[in-house]
Design a protein around this ligand. Structure first.
Ligand code: T4K
Length: 404
C-alpha cells in the first residue's frame, strides 16, 4: 500500500490493487473499544444469567446515554429502525408523515411498517436535510408529523422545523441514526423536537452490534416508549397498550457501554482522517468534501465526497469503479433514493421530478472509508488514487465499467 501518482499504477490500468483482500478498505468497518472490558461485561451477564429484559447493563447504558446526549430520558431499543417505530407509536402518529427523500430507506420503511404513509420531501442543498420551505406544500389534513434526518451527522434545519411543527400542530421526530456526538450551535442534537432516534448498528460510531435509543426531554413520552418496547407491559400481568419486542439485549448494552468509553478515541480518528482527506484533496477540480456548517459539531463518521462531473472530468460512478478495483469499497449511500425503491417507486414513479436536489446529490456523492480501521497511510493512498484518477480523467473514462 503506497501512494499512486501515475495512471499506469492504477488497478484499472493493470497495476496491483492498492489493498489485498485481507486489508481491503470498507465504509462501515466497526469501531471496537476495549476488548477485555467488553468480554468481561458479557461474561458477567452470562454468569448472572441476566441476558435481556431491561437488565443492569441496559439501565447503565441508558443513564450514560442520557448524560452524553444531555437529555433527561433515553430508552434503549433493539435497533434504530425499531426505535423509529416505537417512537412513532408512542407519539401517536397517524395518517401521513413527511420524510426526506435523501436518507437510508429505513426512515421511510419504519413509517410505512407502522401503517403510516411516508410522504417524500426534497432536501435543502446546504444541510441535505428535509427542506422546511418545501414541507407546507405537502401537508394535508392527514399529516401528523415530520421526520427530520441529520444526514451523515449534519444537523438539519432544526429551528425552522421546530417552528413549523409548532405552527401546524405536528409532531417532530428526528432520525439521528448518524448523529451521535453531534451538536447544533452548541446544543446537543438530541435536544430538538419531540424525540430523536439513534442507531447503534455495528457500522455506527457507537455500536451495540445491533441497537438504538430514543432520546427525549419528554418524560411521559419516554414512559410510553418503555411500555411499547416491551409488549405494552405496565406490570407483571398488566398489558396497557399495543407493544412490540423492541428491547436491547445485555450483550448489546455491554458493547455499547464499551464503545461509549472509547468515543473520544473514535472521534479523534474520524477528525484526523477527515482533515487528512481534506488536505490531500485540496485544489483538485470538481472534487470537494462535505464540511460541517459553522458552529455545528460533527462526528465526521462519514467522509462524503462530492464529484462534479463537468469540472472533475469524470463522474462519481467512474471514480467508484477506480476505487473498487483497488479494493477500496467506497459507497454511494443512499443511491438511488427511497422514492426509487419499493414499495414507494411503484406508488409514485414520477416522484423524482419533485425531488431535484435529492436526485442531484444522489448522483454525485460517494463515501470514503474512515473510522479507527483507517489510518493516515490508508487515507494517503485513497486520496492519491482519487487525485490520479481525476488528473487522468480522460483515460480513466475510456477504461471504467460501473460497479454493480
Ligand atoms: N436511519 C438512518 C438514516 C440510517 O442510516 C439507518 C441505518 C437507520 C435509520 C436504521 O438504523 P438500524 O435499524 O440499522 O439501527 C448499514 C446498516 O445496516 C444500517 O444500520 C445503516 N443505517 C446503513 C446506512 O448502513 P450497510 O448496507 O452499509 O451494511 P454492510 O453490511 O454493507 O456493511 C458495510 C461495510 O462494513 C461492509 O463492506 C463490511 C463492513 N462491515 C459491516 C458489518 C455489519 C464489517 O466489517 N463488519 C460488520 O459487522 O448497512
Amino acid at each position: 500500500m503506497s501512494e499512486k501518482t501515475r495512471a499506469e499504477q492504477l488497478a484499472i490500468f493493470g497495476g496491483d490493487p492498492a489493498f489485498t483482500e485481507a486489508d481491503a478498505l470498507h465504509v462501515g468497518r466497526p469501531n471496537v473499544g476495549d476488548r477485555p472490558r467488553l468480554l468481561a461485561r458479557i461474561a458477567d451477564a452470562v454468569e448472572q444469567r441476566r441476558l435481556t429484559n431491561d437488565g443492569p447493563y441496559v439501565r447503565e447504558l441508558e443513564g450514560r446515554l442520557a448524560a452524553a446526549l444531555d437529555v433527561p430520558h433515553c430508552v434503549a431499543v433493539a435497533s434504530g429502525t425499531v426505535g423509529l417505530q416505537v417512537a412513532a407509536r408512542s407519539l401517536g402518529l397517524q395518517g401521513e408523515v413527511i420524510v426526506p427523500s435523501l436518507t437510508f430507506v429505513a426512515t421511510a420503511h419504519a413509517v410505512e411498517w407502522m401503517g403510516l404513509r411516508p410522504v417524500f420531501c426534497d432536501v435543502d442543498p446546504e444541510t441535505l436535510g428535509v427542506d422546511p420551505r418545501r414541507v407546507p406544500e405537502l401537508l394535508t389534513a392527514r399529516t401528523s408529523a415530520v421526520v427530520g434526518v441529520h444526514l451523515w451527522g449534519r444537523p438539519c434545519r432544526v429551528e425552522d422545523l421546530e417552528q413549523l411543527a409548532a405552527e401546524r400542530g405536528l409532531k417532530l421526530l428526528f432520525d439521528a441514526a448518524h448523529a451521535f456526538a453531534c451538536a447544533h450551535r452548541g446544543t446537543g442534537i438530541a435536544r430538538f423536537g419531540d424525540a430523536s432516534v439513534f442507531s447503534f448498528h455495528a457500522t455506527k460510531i457507537v455500536n451495540a452490534f445491533e441497537g438504538g435509543a430514543i432520546a427525549t426531554r419528554d418524560g411521559a413520552l419516554a414512559a410510553r416508549a418503555r411500555l411499547v418496547r416491551n409488549f405494552g407491559f405496565a406490570g407483571y400481568d398488566d398489558v396497557a397498550c399495543l407493544g412490540i419486542n423492541g428491547k436491547m439485549s445485555e450483550a448489546s448494552a455491554a458493547m455499547a457501554l464499551t464503545s461509549l468509553e472509547s468515543l473520544d478515541e473514535f472521534l479523534a480518528a474520524n477528525q484526523r482522517n477527515y482533515a487528512a482527506y481534506r488536505e490531500a484533496l485540496a485544489g483538485l477540480p470538481g472534487v470537494s468534501l462535505l464540511a460541517p456548517a459553522a458552529g455545528d459539531a460533527w462526528n465526521h463518521h462519514y467522509v462524503v465526497l462530492d464529484v462534479d462531473p463537468p469540472l472533475a472530468g469524470i463522474g462519481r460512478d467512474d471514480l467508484l469503479a477506480v476505487l473498487w478495483a483497488e479494493r477500496i469499497f467506497a459507497r454511494r449511500y443512499f443511491h438511488p433514493g427511497g422514492h426509487r425503491m419499493e414499495p414507494y417507486a411503484s406508488r409514485d414513479p414520477e416522484a423524482g421530478r419533485r425531488l431535484p436536489v435529492t436526485e442531484r446529490v444522489l448522483g454525485r456523492v460517494l463515501l470514503l472509508p474512515t473510522g479507527t480501521a483507517v489510518g493516515p497511510r490508508e487515507v494517503e493512498t485513497v486520496a492519491s488514487i482519487v487525485r490520479t484518477a481525476v488528473t487522468h480523467a480522460r483515460s480513466v473514462l475510456a477504461r471504467v465499467a460501473v460497479p454493480t
